[in-house]
Ligand binder design. Structure first.
Ligand code: AMP
Ligand code: ZN
Length: 111
């Protein structure tokens, strides 16, 4: 499948993988918007969060984000989790992923 995140999951395209679980990988964003900018990517190809009905994947996204936030040291000061969805939501890559941003005071703008 011609999907950049599927290719990252299968190691066809290199990335900086910082964590891996049964159902997802966590990589460094190639164009970071904050000192910590990680992407949590399910290994299964779901176009958007609307297409994922697997509650174990959904739970693992949140559980892993909480763990990684603590592990990389942004939990206490604060961080942001973002799931851009479809065109007006700003989703550029149509393979479900969650952004974990932190390490600075994040913009207050949400839209
Ligand atoms: P979104 O706009 O929510 O679809 O976010 C896509 C994100 O993927 C952006 O923050 C990009 O910088 C990031 N990205 C695109 N290509 C790569 C890549 N090869 N490795 C890591 N991150 C990438
Ligand atoms: Zn994919």
């Amino acid at each position: 499948m011609d999907c950049i995140f599927c290719k990252i999951v299968s190691r066809e395209i290199p990335s900086k993988i910082v964590h891996e679980t049964e159902r997802l990988i966590v990589i460094e964003d190639i164009n970071p918007q904050a000192p910590t900018h990680l992407l949590l990517i399910p290994k299964t190809h779901y176009l958007t969060i609307l297409d994922c009905d697997d509650r174990e994947v959904l739970a693992e996204l949140l559980d892993t984000a909480r763990k990684i936030a603590r592990d990389v040291g942004v939990a206490k000061k604060g961080f942001r989790l973002v799931v851009n969805t479809n065109e007006e939501g700003g989703q550029e890559i149509l393979h479900l992923h969650m952004h974990l941003l932190g390490g600075k005071v994040l913009s207050g703008r949400m839209g």
